[in-house]
Design a protein around this ligand. Structure first.
Ligand SMILES: Nc1ncnc2c1ncn2[C@@H]1O[C@H](COP(=O)(O)OP(=O)(O)OP(=O)(O)O)[C@@H](O)[C@H]1O
Length: 558
């Protein structure tokens, strides 16, 4: 940078020397050698500029990648309640677009403004050396340009934050429709999707347009000041030449330095604005990165036996603090027992599972593992002994091996271990039948597998984890009977010797449970074995079972 700045500053002076000697020296060879020297110097400047761009650009990319990684690491560690508030599309947009803004400012903006600062200082020194009197002309205009830059910068900062929020909203709308694309098409909702996206982009656009107006005003205002300063210099300089206090070469050099200095001042002001815009746009990023996260003790060996108890647990979701999802829930399960959670939709079954998994903490009451309050245990230690098989198993777009090995985060898993788990989950045969075996790529969310296959892979994953406590969210959609049988056999293997909490929907599962908890609007309405509960003919369980049996009989009767 020093090389390019020095050459840039020397150029007007050389030109002045050149002009003032046109009439003195008539020697063409002298002019040619001077022109050649200047050419060599310009070539050197080009090389130095290339090196400068490369250094700034690549450093900018490195810094941005580091910030992006830090943001991702902070996001992935956020508690589940954070994800109740922030949409995936929004977060994706923050990770890409918001971080990218930093790159532009850090690279070109920083490089240009640093160079401009050096040119500005050097230029002012040169101006003072050529003509202190004429330099006074500029003193009036320069602070005005810098002042405009500072004032608009403040407004930019606020606007930039709003603009990024607007962009994040667009990302959220797009992602929502892309991830539900089948539903959008099935319900012919493309027009609504277009309208929603247009609405979001319209809002973002109006914010950007009003910022552009501000930017244009700043550019227009500062360029007017620059030309005014040059005009004044020319007028005053002409008078000085007339009075013999200045040569034509000096005035030429002065004007070149003056435009260099005013241009540099404008660029510094512009950079200031860009910097303010970047701070505004990235405020959210650094807030998330700097959020204090609970320091978890390493998982260690929890050595849980599998006893679990809820003591007077009450809980409301942070987004709905006035609507308790669970109220005074009290139960205990012996190690190795199976309990079924039943109740109408919205009764609180999944919420109990979420609390066991530590996604949320109870508002009051305690959850005990082997008699120890969960609040006093490291979450990672508890989770290392838990596994969940979801209703709609979540698979990643990688291979079957990766999806099963996902169960173990602490160490490398061998293919033999994965195969053993798959065999126990009755999944080995169908996996081996694929041409790529365990390397078969399953597609986004396992789209290239059948429902029963996905479930058996999820069961193999849980088996590999070897949990003491298992949470099963029973699938409501029925598989064909052959698939159903295989999944059921795999589940029976998985449940053997483990404490199991099943969010149960099927009669056959419910009756087999050691104990049944019947939930009603977040309260524990009844609990006991199937036999005990059906005996209470006024109870909710009897009513639910009657409905279930009637539903099961309906297709047969039809
Ligand atoms: N993330 C959330 N934020 C706010 N409220 C929620 C959230 N998840 C669930 N709820 C509310 O909490 C209550 C209990 O929901 P929960 O999902 O536990 O019911 P459920 O018994 O599992 O229902 P289903 O059988 O339909 O899955 C419901 O009123 C639901 O609307």
């Amino acid at each position: 940078m020093a090389v390019t700045v020095l050459i840039q500053l020397a150029y007007p002076k050389a030109l002045s020397y050149f002009i003032d000697n046109i009439n003195v020296r008539k020697d063409m060879a002298w002019f040619s050698s001077l022109a050649l020297t200047m050419l060599a110097v310009l070539a050197l400047q080009a090389v130095a500029a290339t090196a400068r761009y490369y250094i700034f650009e690549s450093t900018g990319y490195m810094i941005v990648t580091r910030i992006r990684r830090q943001l991702y690491a902070a996001l992935i560690e956020q508690p589940i309640r954070f994800y109740d508030k922030h949409h995936v599309g929004e977060l994706n947009n923050r990770l890409t677009a918001d971080v990218e803004i930093l790159h532009d400012t850090l690279t070109m903006g920083m490089a240009v403004s640093l160079r401009c600062l050096c040119v500005f200082i050097g230029g002012v020194v040169m101006l003072l050396t050529i003509s202190p009197v004429l330099s006074l002309m500029l003193v009036i205009f320069l602070p005005a340009t810098l002042f405009i830059g500072k004032m608009t910068g403040k407004v930019y900062r606020k606007r930039a934050s709003l603009m990024q929020d607007g962009q994040a909203e667009c990302g959220k709308v797009a992602q929502e429709h892309f991830s539900n694309i089948r539903l959008v098409h099935a319900f012919s909702q493309q027009r609504t999707a277009r309208a929603r996206y247009a609405g979001a982009t319209e809002h973002a656009l109006s914010l950007s347009v009003s910022s552009s107006a501000l930017f244009a005003l700043f550019r227009g205002g500062s360029s007017f000041l620059v030309y005014l300063a040059l005009l004044g210099t020319l007028w005053f300089g002409a008078r000085l030449i007339g009075q013999g206090q200045m040569t034509v070469g000096d005035l030429t050099a002065f004007i070149l330095y003056a435009s260099m200095v005013t241009e540099a001042a404008g660029a510094i002001g512009e950079f200031w604005n860009a910097w303010m815009r970047t701070i505004g746009a990235t405020e959210w990023i650094f807030k998330v990165i700097n959020t204090e996260r609970a320091q978890e003790a390493p998982a260690g060996e929890a050595g849980l036996q599998g006893r679990l108890a809820f003591e007077d647990v009450a809980f409301a979701y942070p987004e709905r603090p006035d609507a308790p999802a669970l109220n005074k829930i009290d139960f205990s399960i012996a190690a190795g027992d199976t309990i079924a959670l039943v109740g109408a939709s919205g009764a609180g079954k999944s919420t109990i599972a979420s609390l066991i998994l530590g996604f949320y903490r109870p508002d009051s009451g305690r959850i005990l593992f082997d008699g120890v309050d969960a609040a006093a245990m490291p979450l990672a230690a508890i989770r290392s002994k838990l596994a969940i098989v979801e209703q709609e198993p979540s698979l990643f777009s990688g291979s079957i091996f990766e999806n099963i090995a996902f169960a173990v985060a602490e160490r490398e898993v061998t293919l033999d271990e994965v195969k053993a788990a798959a065999a126990l989950a009755y999944a080995h045969d169908f996996i081996s039948a694929f041409p790529d075996g365990y390397d078969t790529v399953v597609g986004e969310r396992g789209a290239q597998l059948s429902g029963g296959q996905k479930q058996r892979i999820a069961i193999a994953r849980a088996l590999l984890r070897d949990p003491r406590i298992l949470i099963l969210d029973e699938a409501t959609s029925a598989l064909d009977s052959a698939s159903e049988l295989q999944v059921q056999r795999a589940l029976d293997t998985l449940m053997q010797g483990r404490t199991t909490i099943i969010i149960a929907h099927r009669f056959s599962t419910i009756v087999k449970a050691d104990r049944i908890l019947v939930l009603e609007q977040g309260r524990l309405a009844q609990h006991g074995t199937h036999a005990q509960l059906v005996a209470q003919q006024e109870g909710l369980y009897f009513h639910l079972m009657r409905h279930q049996l009637a539903r099961a009989a309906a297709p047969a009767a039809a």
